[in-house]
Design a protein around this ligand. Structure first.
Ligand code: AMP
Ligand code: MG
Length: 418
């Protein structure tokens, strides 16, 4: 018998049961794709090189000139003509070339010029012998060992050719890259714009740091968490405020944020409880809600929306959920906003052996917190979404796919935290 597998199986109680509408949950990849589609990189700005470190290059940069710019000595020693330097040969010292000012010296076979590291090579010389490898007398040196042509000479352009690309648009500028730019005579460079960020934490139960806790209250840790994560990503926090669970107050705070921010992050109040007022407050403030509920654990009630130029993220209140959804879904958007190339958007992933077995019977990828050391990932602390202690130890997230069991010792994907 042929069975039509796509036809719904009628429930015997279909007519008596109340209809529950369950909003669909979006996959992590689909959520990220939709979010990134709405991100336009901010206008670039010119900054001093040391300030550029950690930002993303706004344009390709090419070498202005060959480097080294002239042939020079890699050692303190003597410039010589290599073919003349058989062991025992005696060379007459005819001058000295220090680093810094090219004296335009010339020399011939049988002669030596005292030379210092970084000093321009005299015309006629084709090698440098280290001062440790000669015996020096008053006006002469005696060669101890054979000398190869080109020895201890740093050739013009040997490191960087003129016009060579030294920085690509979207690349993260490191201290080393800043040094390379400085060596090329740049004082400033163009980097992606700094995102202006606002943080709003919501919840009647939250007390600010430093206040005395009333019975039933907890401290607001997400504000600090987000402040730090955003700062790590080089965003500029322009406001952080807390709202009780009152729609009008949340709406007013959202309105204050929208004009001045490129990114608004709310925490708490995005789930399905009666006190989860962030969604209606965003709608009342005129924001568009693009997605709500993403298939990740922890962090399902994640929300993304927009208003004018501002990207809006609603993160679950549980601190671990807020952390994980920030890493998976907010950080990539922020990176793109600030001009990062595609390969910088996601946290780096490595394969590691897991010390403990891990099982995910659910239908969402599960991100477990732990410590990666010497290629081995060890779970750290309780794996519940309120459990900050384990998170505080973690330097990596283990990704366990839905309906997957990993035995101890198995290889698995681990995301490296900044
Ligand atoms: P919610 O998402 O508002 O339902 O909150 C979920 C859980 O996270 C509750 O236990 C809250 O008390 C807690 N929570 C919410 N916001 C914060 C915050 N800013 N800092 C620490 N915990 C929070
Ligand atoms: Mg709440």
């Amino acid at each position: 018998m042929l069975v039509n597998q796509t036809a719904p199986i009628p429930s015997p109680h279909a007519t008596t049961r109340p209809k529950i509408s369950r909003p669909s949950v979006i996959s992590q990849d689909e959520a990220l794709r939709r979010i990134l589609a709405h991100v336009q990189p901010l206008s670039p700005r010119a900054v001093e090189l040391w300030q550029a470190v950690g930002s993303f290059a706004a344009e390709d940069v090419s070498a202005r000139f060959a480097s080294p710019p002239f042939d020079n000595s890699a050692m303190d020693g003597y410039a010589v003509v290599a073919s003349f330097c058989t062991p025992g040969a005696r060379l007459r010292i005819v001058g000295e070339q220090p680093a810094g000012l090219d004296r335009g010296l010339r020399m011939a076979a049988g002669e030596a010029i005292r030379i210092l590291t970084g000093a321009p090579l005299p015309v006629g010389a084709d090698a440098v012998v280290m001062q440790e490898d000669v015996r020096s007398e008053e006006t002469e040196i005696v060669i101890n060992e054979r000398v190869e042509e080109g020895e201890f000479i740093r050739r013009r352009g040997g490191d960087v050719a003129e016009g060579q690309k030294i920085l690509s648009r979207g690349e993260r500028i490191t201290a080393q890259i800043a040094a390379l730019l400085a060596a090329q005579g740049f004082a400033e460079t163009n980097v992606g714009g700094a995102a202006r960020a606002t943080i709003i934490s919501t919840g009647d139960e939250l007390a600010p740091a430093g206040a005395a806790l009333q019975p039933g209250q907890i401290y607001d840790s997400n504000s600090v968490l987000l402040h730090a994560l955003l700062t790590n990503c080089r965003a500029q926090i322009i406001r952080a405020e807390h709202c009780p669970d009152r729609a009008a107050e949340i709406e007013a705070a959202i309105r204050r944020a929208l004009d001045s921010s490129d990114i608004l992050i709310l925490t708490g109040g995005v789930s399905v409880g009666a006190r989860d007022l962030v969604k209606p407050a965003l709608t009342a403030a005129g924001a568009t809600l693009d997605l709500w509920r993403v298939a990740v654990k922890p962090g399902k009630p994640f929300l993304f929306g927009r208003a004018a130029q501002c990207l809006i993220f609603g993160l679950p209140g549980n601190p671990v959920s807020a952390f994980v959804t920030f890493q998976l879904l907010v950080r990539p958007a922020l990176m793109k906003l600030m001009g990062a190339a595609e390969h910088h958007l996601l946290l780096p992933v490595v394969t590691a052996a897991i010390a403990d077995a891990a099982s995910n019977p659910g239908d969402r990828p599960h991100y477990l917190r732990g410590i990666l050391r010497d290629g081995i990932f060890t779970l750290g602390g309780r794996q519940e979404s309120h459990a900050l202690f384990g998170l505080s130890r973690a330097n990596a997230l283990l990704q366990v796919q839905p309906r997957t069991t990993l035995a101890a010792g198995a290889s698995a994907s681990v995301l490296l935290l900044d």
